[in-house]
Design a binder for this molecule. Structure first.
Ligand code: NG1
Ligand code: ZN
Length: 537
């Protein structure tokens, strides 16, 4: 059975805040950092059990609250192939996190063990990573206490971006097999990306510097490290917002979420000497999201801010990869996966070119849907996404015999792209390099990229409600089934505006309901969004 005495003793040192309710949501368990000690300890216990269930395969635990403020923190579990925790475990995680006493905790763990038939005599191995938040230190200690109580082998990976942790997990589990993903070290990660990138851009000329907003988070040291492996002629970056030793600056007025939500430059960029036409991008706090942007218009005159978000990255990548596949002369189906937050213009653009599917919010859904294509391009509008190459696609790319020098070139590029793209999860560093590769190959600046389609004016509002769990959705979250009658009212409002779309769903990471609205005429956007919000509040 479970080492109940050890667990109880250790648990008494990590008491649960009375009455506090935790939920394993879209991004694992996430809330105010000062309430998370017991939860992290318990996630350590669960992590060990998850690994035992999988016969001792290494699983990952990442401590981060991504784009959220520095006072928040969270922990998410990573499965052996580098993917999010299998969703059937989520309700058990929630129940275990909410057990009020040590005895209830042991009972809830026993339920999990019985339900999933976990062999407690199996070994357990868990790798732990964390971002730059000051609260990470004690939370990681709590996790390690949980792992020790279960006798799990623990690898403390230290400061990592979320995608680096996913990479490590996959490498550790594939080492020495046919599917070996890479060297299971941070250095191995940089080398894999850098080598693929250098192959892809060699001989394509130099390019103007890229300004990168690192959100004052872990992306800053990671970017600095990455650039050590890439000669400056191939990648020249100007790294801004790199103040990781000033915790309050994390995601503060900067970062991918700030830029996407406010549709403007990071705060203070007016003093950073940015020029019209210059490529810029922002990471989020754990460097798994990226958005690009630039200023359009004559320098000095009134320039307009133009966002190149996850949808634009997906379109750029889908077009480029489709072309490569065609030139390579291989038969592979490329498809795109989006969520309801994708701009209507991007969906229209993509649907004219490739199959497109829509899933609920949260990368686990997108990732899963993307696996049904040979090449699955998935991006959330907020810049979280990646591209998956199925095993058979990778084999075809490796084994094809090219019919022409052009086909051979395309195959070589595809095979380098397989290595460049972090196929475990969205990765700001990897996605940044991918965009650089495509722009270089096309000899494009941001304006040419931006030319694919024009975004419909759009916004997302947060509405505070008494109980967000009363809001239930269907059709990939595009429609409400509850509260009764509300969807009809929304439809009625939306019907009054040109090319409008609006939907309402409960957030999986914050205590609020989100209202999305888009429509053809910019001046109608605020009236549309506020009318729908009023129906919800
Ligand atoms: P919620 O809070 O469920 O809307 C947010 C993002 C998701 C996803 C998760 C995880 C939006 C509208 N929602 O989810 O896309 O990234 O956080 O980080 O951007
Ligand atoms: Zn993130």
């Amino acid at each position: 059975g479970l080492p109940a005495t050890l667990i109880t003793q250790a648990s008494d040192a990590h008491p649960k805040p009375q009455g506090h309710k935790f939920t394993y949501g879209t991004a694992g368990l996430r809330t105010k950092a000062d309430t998370l000690d017991s939860t992290c300890f318990r996630v350590g216990l669960i992590g060990a059990l998850r690994s035992k269930k999988l016969g001792g395969k290494t699983i990952g635990l990442m401590v981060t609250a991504s784009h959220n403020p520095v006072e928040d923190n969270g922990v998410k579990m990573v499965d052996p192939r580098g993917e999010m925790l299998e969703s059937s475990w989520e309700p058990f995680c929630t129940a275990i996190a909410n057990a009020e006493t040590s005895d209830e905790l042991v009972a809830s763990l026993e339920k999990l063990v019985a339900h999933f038939k976990v062999d407690l005599s199996a070994p357990a191995s868990v790798v732990v990573g964390y971002d730059t938040r000051p609260s990470c230190q004690t939370l990681v200690k709590a996790i390690i206490d949980g792992l020790s109580a279960m006798g799990a082998q623990t690898i403390d990976a230290g400061l990592k971006t979320t995608p680096q942790l996913h990479y490590l997990v996959k490498c550790l589990n594939t080492q020495g097999t046919d599917e070996a993903y890479g060297e299971p070290t941070e250095e191995g990660y940089y080398k894999k990306l850098a080598n693929a990138y250098i192959k892809l851009v060699s001989g394509k000329g130099e390019s103007a510097p890229l300004t990168v907003d690192c959100a004052n988070g872990v992306g800053a040291p990671a970017l600095l490290n990455l650039t050590k492996y890439i000669p400056a002629e191939h990648l020249s970056v100007r790294a801004l917002r790199t103040a990781t030793s000033s915790p309050n600056e994390l995601n503060h007025g900067c970062g991918a979420d700030f830029v996407k939500t406010n549709q403007c430059l990071p705060a203070g960029y007016d003093k950073e000497d940015v020029k019209a036409g210059e490529r810029m991008c922002s990471f989020d706090g754990d460097a798994d999201r990226i958005v690009f942007y630039y200023l359009k218009g004559p320098a000095g005159a009134k320039e307009s801010f133009r966002l190149l978000d996850g949808d634009k990255i997906a379109s750029l990548a889908a077009d480029y990869l489709s072309e490569l596949v065609k030139v390579a002369g291989i038969d592979l189906e490329l498809g795109c996966v989006q969520t309801a937050y994708a701009n209507g213009s991007s969906t229209k653009y993509l649907k004219q070119r490739v199959p497109v599917t829509c899933t609920p919010t949260g990368v686990k859904h997108l990732h899963h849907a993307a696996e049904s294509y040979d090449i699955g391009v998935y991006f959330e509008a907020n810049g979280h996404g990646t591209i998956l190459f199925s095993a058979s696609a990778q084999r075809k790319i490796r084994e094809a015999s090219p019919g022409s020098p052009a086909a051979q070139g395309a195959l070589e590029q595809l095979s380098a792209l397989v290595d460049l793209i972090n196929q475990t999860v969205g990765d700001a560093l990897s996605d940044m390099l991918l965009v650089e590769v495509i722009l270089r190959a096309r000899q494009w600046g941001p304006e040419e990229w931006d030319g694919a389609y024009e975004d419909l004016p759009n916004k997302i509002l947060k509405v505070n409600v008494k109980d967000r769990f009363l809001f239930k959705t269907e059709d990939a979250e595009r429609r409400l089934t509850s509260p009764a009658g509300l969807q009809d009212k929304i439809d009625e409002v939306v019907g009054k505006y040109k090319d409008a779309r609006s939907f309402v769903r409960p957030s999986g990471t914050e205590d609020c309901v989100r209202v999305y609205a888009e429509c053809a005429i910019a001046s109608e956007l605020t009236p549309l969004a506020t009318s729908v919000s009023k129906l919800v509040a």
